[in-house]
Design a protein around this ligand. Structure first.
Ligand code: RB5
Length: 142
């Protein structure tokens, strides 16, 4: 199950992501926001982060204008590794090396074509399970 969240700046791109997930038959839950009316990104970062640490969802996608605020906020929740990615190389690397559980993007930074490619890579790349990376992740947790 994929948890989705955005603020007003990310709302339109989130709708594109929803369309893409539907086409791929991937299950998702949308934790808001629900329109382009101005709202506060930490609220939705926290909802998605909590859905992941509670086990309700496996991975998350968070979108705001830049992806910066919403990723900073999500990373305050213990157990969350939110990666801000605007290219497919980073999306692949953060899954393989960091076992990132949230992808953050900025709707004012990337267009929908690239964003959906990034989503695709993020969702279809597994963690390497390499001891070096596991050790570094446990250092982050500590
Ligand atoms: C909202 O205007 C904007 O600040 C927000 O979407 C995000 O870019 C913050 O990091």
């Amino acid at each position: 199950m994929i948890a989705l969240g955005s603020d007003h700046g990310g709302y339109a791109l989130k709708q594109e992501v929803i369309q893409y997930l539907k086409e791929q038959n991937l299950d998702y839950r949308d934790y808001g926001c629900d329109s382009e009316k101005s709202c506060d990104y930490p609220v939705y970062a926290q909802k998605v982060a909590k859905a992941i640490v509670s086990g309700e969802c496996d991975r998350g996608i968070l979108i705001c204008g830049t992806g910066i605020g919403i990723s900073i906020a999500a990373n305050k929740v213990k157990g969350i590794r939110a990666a801000l990615c605007h290219d497919t190389f980073s999306a692949q690397a953060t899954r393989e090396h960091n076992d990132a559980n949230i992808l953050a993007m900025g709707a004012r930074v990337v267009g929908p074509g690239l964003a959906l490619k990034i989503v695709d890579v993020f969702l279809h790349t597994e963690f390497s399970n390499d001891e070096r990376h596991k050790n570094r992740i446990s250092q982050i947790e500590d």
